[in-house]
Structures are given as structure tokens and as C-alpha cells.
Design a protein around this ligand. Structure first.
Ligand code: SF4
Length: 319
């Protein structure tokens, strides 16, 4: 077997059962968060009553990111109306929407001096607009108070309310619109049971249809039992939906109640997937075991913007 081969099998076999893997490999181990800057980021978020996906999702990169003052704010509370098998966020009946939250997000961005901010949310199927209005208010507050901060949003699928939600959010003008496909369609019934693969793809297409200048981004977790050709198919589906930026990272099991890790994908296999994705035409690709949607999001955004400008300049030169 070629050691760049991400999967031992070239065939898609939906009946193929892999045994769960127990031990974390060395490349997954990360340093404990101990720096003074980490403490300052944590205190600021707590002081403003903001939730972060960094903490709620038990992200392995929190030590590195918070030391650099990069935190991903999770709006609309810390209780989600879905129960995905991979996600550590609490499930249940969420509280009322916090009207002071958009102002607090803008205050955090100003105090941290952020050039780029990532905002995500829990699923709010209980709200008539799915929470889209709160995304709009956050974007508006950021534009007003920190006009030089570029804005990346990572939204839920707004099941049953997608068209109106996307229209409203796109009109508010984020720089990057991210929505994760999370895994291959075959695994949706067990891993993402409340969502539909093609509805998520459609959402990202809809963003481009409303405003082709907004960068679109999506990600998948690897190690859930997906096979190589299934991942390639997801890449093709994403390119058909004109998605600009693909992220791929290793799934890590937050607690024994969550889906098991079926495979620790090697760094070399991630590199191979990344090379294939670039060949398929994504403007930007991030693929490594510790890649997360928001990991190095600011630097990646700058690179993606430069890649688009270079592509446009090349096209103009050709006439
Ligand atoms: S990768 Fe994203 S979620 Fe994880 S700590 Fe960094 S900013 Fe937070």
C-alpha cells in the first residue's frame, strides 16, 4: 500500500465495518493551555458572557489559538436543538436570545484587536428564523464598531428556513460564509441525523447565487469510517457548488457517549487529500489532523483572497 493512500480500500463498500481505534497517535497530542494570553482571552470571553466553540467543543487547539487571541464565538446560547453524534455541545431546550450579545461580540473583537473573527452558533430550530436575525445583528455591530475586522460566519443548516435565512445573512455582507458538510452522505443517518447532505450543499450554492463575491467554505471530519472515494466525491460535490475553501481534520471523540473513532488518518494521508483537493480547483485547502473550521482562519482568509486576486489577474491578462 502506498503510504500516501488515505484509505486501505480503493472501493466504496457501504457494508465495510471497521473496528474502532482506541489509542491516540502521537501527532494528535497537544500542549496544555497555560500561557498568560490564554488566561486573558478566557477572562475577556467570560467577562462579556460570551460562549466559545473552542471550549464547548473541547477543541484540541485552544492553547495555541487563545494564546494568539483567536477565539471562535458561539452565539445564540450554549444549548443546541440537535444531537449530532460527533458534537460536544449540550442538547436541549435553549434559553431566550440574548439581545446584548451582538454588542458584546463587537466589544470582544475590539478588545482583542482582531483582524478576522469567526462567529458560529448552536442550532436553533426553536426560533422562527433559525437564529439568522442574530447573525445579521452581530455582523452589523461588527461592521459599525470594528470596520477593519473581516467576518467569517459558520452557520447551521437552518432546516426548513434556509432560503430566507441565507438571503438575510448574505445581505448583511460577511466576508466568508462557512457551513460544514461534516462527513460523507452515507454516514449522515448515524453521525448527523438531523441534517440532509444535499440541503447543506444547496445552502452553500444559495450563498453564491445571492453574492458570488462572498467566499464559501466547508469542512469534513475524517476518521468516522468514510472511505477515500467517498471523500473524493464530497470534494467534487463541493466544487459543483462552487465552494472556495475546504477544511479537513481528524474527528476526535469528545466523550465515550459520542461516535467512535474508526481511524486516525495519518498526516501523510491528509497531505494526499489536500493535494487532490487543490487539483480539483479549491482556492484554499487546509488538511491536517488538527485542522478545524476556524483554525488559522485569518491567515487562510488572507491567502484565499490573494489566490482569488491572482486568478482574476491571470484571467484579465489572457484577455
Ligand atoms: S481551532 Fe477554532 S475552535 Fe479550536 S481553539 Fe482555535 S479558534 Fe477555537
Amino acid at each position: 500500500m502506498n503510504d500516501l493512500s488515505p484509505s486501505p480500500s480503493p472501493e466504496i463498500d457501504a457494508t465495510c465495518e471497521r473496528a474502532p481505534v482506541q489509542r491516540k497517535p502521537d501527532w494528535i497530542r497537544v500542549k496544555a493551555p497555560v500561557s498568560r494570553e490564554y488566561g486573558k482571552t478566557r477572562d475577556l470571553m467570560r467577562g462579556l458572557g460570551l460562549n466559545t466553540v473552542c471550549e464547548e467543543a473541547a477543541c484540541p487547539n485552544i492553547g495555541e489559538c487563545w494564546t494568539k487571541k483567536h477565539a471562535t464565538v458561539m452565539i445564540l446560547g450554549d444549548v443546541c436543538t440537535r444531537a449530532c453524534a460527533f458534537c460536544n455541545v449540550k442538547t436541549g431546550m435553549p434559553r431566550k436570545v440574548d439581545l446584548s450579545e451582538p454588542g458584546h461580540v463587537a466589544e470582544a473583537a475590539a478588545k482583542l484587536g482582531l483582524e478576522h473573527i469567526v462567529i458560529t452558533s448552536v442550532d436553533r430550530d426553536d426560533l422562527p428564523d433559525g437564529g439568522a436575525g442574530q447573525f445579521v445583528k452581530v455582523i452589523e455591530e461588527l461592521r459599525k464598531n470594528t470596520p477593519n475586522t473581516t467576518i467569517e460566519i459558520l452557520t447551521p443548516d437552518f432546516r426548513g428556513k434556509m432560503r430566507a435565512a441565507v438571503e438575510a445573512i448574505v445581505a448583511a455582507g460577511p466576508d466568508v460564509y462557512n457551513h460544514n458538510l461534516e462527513t460523507v452522505p452515507r454516514l449522515y443517518p448515524t453521525i448527523r441525523p438531523g441534517a440532509r447532505y444535499y440541503a447543506s450543499l444547496r445552502l452553500l450554492e444559495e450563498v453564491k447565487a445571492h453574492n458570488p463575491l462572498i467566499f464559501t467554505k466547508s469542512g469534513v471530519m475524517l476518521g468516522l469510517g468514510e472511505q477515500r472515494l467517498e471523500v473524493h466525491q464530497v470534494m467534487d460535490d463541493m466544487r459543483s457548488a462552487q465552494i472556495d475553501f475546504l477544511t479537513m481534520g481528524q474527528y476526535l471523540r469528545p466523550t465515550p457517549k459520542h461516535a467512535e473513532v474508526m481511524e486516525y488518518v495519518t498526516p501523510a494521508a491528509f497531505a494526499a487529500y489536500g493535494a487532490i483537493a487543490r487539483a480539483k480547483g479549491f482556492l484554499q485547502v487546509a488538511a491536517s489532523p488538527l485542522t478545524r473550521s476556524s483554525y488559522h482562519a485569518g491567515d487562510d482568509f488572507a491567502q484565499m483572497r490573494a489566490a482569488r486576486e491572482a486568478k482574476l489577474a491571470k484571467a484579465a491578462a489572457r484577455g
